[in-house]
Design a protein around this ligand. Structure first.
Ligand code: RNT
Ligand code: ZN
Length: 419
């Protein structure tokens, strides 16, 4: 039997096993086909972007590693993303752009000057390739970034970033209109203090005011989300945009909160937050990531945290309300490989979540049969989800199992190693 026949046969058997616990594998596969993952553009070039402002320093974010072959311009980045998409199944994946990835040509466009026209070629590319776009304002890596942006007591700096963020919302609106599907725009700022501050309240109230100003205009074709963080490097003692801050702001102003898996204490369950946010905020944006000791943005793998997160989304029946984005940047290994591992791991987690025998589990729970519930939870871990996964790849005509290793090595030989 060749590989394809083996996958087919294992799938048929798996399908029967799942049917015996009340799970319809075919509907599951359909859901996985339609699961949109918003792929972050910044793994391709270590969060560098294509501005012509010179090396601004400014900090706020950092990728580590110097593996050769990073994308140096828009064309290379697009080619890399297109390659990635040939190695993962699914029909609805999106691309998540940061403002610094605009098509500026050789023009110098400062952050308070950016316009939708700088993203026309991206929109066109997205349309051609069937890829919808999401967006992010960029307040790091600029001479005006410092330690404080939207929460800066200096009005001129604050206004500069307010203007930038307003413009980013207007660009997102244009993208959403163009693609006939809302563009989700994330706001993450690094604002904080390296050491003790006696002005926690002051900076947070400034951030609240800045956001109110930014959100004053209502749009129809874009959705806002706000992302908290626990701490940043060189800003260890205080983060203005903490989880409490954005949770409160999001609940009050009905904005989506972005949950980045690297932005919480390591013993805190991000998965547990899903059901609460769904009750008090309109939708949720996820930054699926992997903290190693801290917010180190390692490549997403299939671990307990990713799995639990996916299960909580499915158990809350919230696939329509939870937007899945990725956020990691590892510059120490092949970057195309990094994307493919992370996307496939996220899909595997959602596949397992979708294959959970929820009906039976909930019946046990309703009847107080807790031994039975725990037993089935344990046994469902070893149901043949991997056979369903292989079949998903086969059906989508993408690499089965580790076959993508060879394909990525070839792309490295032919493309990225020549950069
Ligand atoms: C940083 C945040 C943020 C960034 C991107 C590049 O800690 O996670 O989402 O990773 O905006
Ligand atoms: Zn993030």
């Amino acid at each position: 039997m060749n590989k394809r026949e083996l996958v087919q046969k294992s799938y048929e058997i798996a399908k029967e096993r799942y049917a015996s616990v009340g799970v319809d594998v075919d509907t599951t596969l359909e859901k996985l086909d339609n699961l949109a993952i918003s792929i972050h553009c910044w793994q391709a070039d270590d969060v560098t972007g294509f501005e012509n402002l010179g090396n601004l320093g400014g900090g706020g974010i950092q990728a580590t590693g110097n593996y050769p072959g990073k994308a140096r311009n828009i064309n290379e980045l697009r080619t890399d993303i297109e390659k990635v998409l040939t190695l993962v199944g699914g029909k609805k994946h999106r691309l998540n752009l940061h403002e610094i990835y605009g098509d500026f040509g050789d023009k110098v466009v400062d952050r308070d000057q950016v316009e939708a026209s700088h993203f026309t070629s991206w929109m066109q590319w997205g349309k051609e390739k069937g890829i919808k776009l999401d967006f992010n304002s960029t307040s790091f890596g600029h001479s005006k970034s410092g330690d404080l942006t939207l929460a800066n007591p200096d009005k001129s700096i604050r206004d500069f970033w307010i203007e930038h963020t307003k413009r980013c919302r207007a660009i997102s609106e244009e993208m959403g209109k163009f693609q006939n599907d809302p563009c989700i725009m994330n706001i993450w700022i690094h604002d904080g203090m390296k050491d003790l501050t006696v002005n926690r309240y002051k900076y947070r109230s400034l951030l609240e005011k800045s956001l109110d100003e930014i959100f004053a205009k209502e749009y129809k074709n874009m959705k806002d989300c706000i992302e908290s963080k626990l701490f940043g490097i060189a800003l260890e003692s205080y983060t203005v945009g903490s989880h409490d801050f954005y949770l409160g702001y999001g609940a009050k102003k009905q904005k989506m909160v972005t949950l980045d898996m690297g932005h919480f204490h390591l013993s805190e369950s991000v998965a547990d937050k899903i059901s609460s946010l769904l009750l008090f905020t309109p939708e949720i944006m996820l930054h699926v990531s992997r903290p190693v000791r801290w917010d180190s943005d390692h490549i997403v793998i299939l671990n307990d945290e990713t799995l639990e997160l996916a299960k909580e989304v499915v158990r809350a029946d919230a696939l329509e309300k939870v937007h899945i984005g990725l956020d990691f940047f590892d510059a120490s290994i092949n970057r195309i490989g990094a994307y493919v591992i992370g996307i496939r791991a996220t899909q595997k987690a959602f596949l397992q979540a979708l294959l959970e025998p929820l009906g039976q589990l909930r019946e046990y729970e309703a009847n107080g049969l807790y031994f039975e519930r725990l037993a089935l939870l344990e046994e469902s871990k070893v149901l043949p989800w991997n056979a369903v996964w292989d079949y998903f790849c086969l059906k989508n005509d993408v690499a089965i199992g580790d076959d993508y290793i060879g394909e990525i090595q070839q792309y490295e030989r032919n493309v990225t190693s020549k950069r």
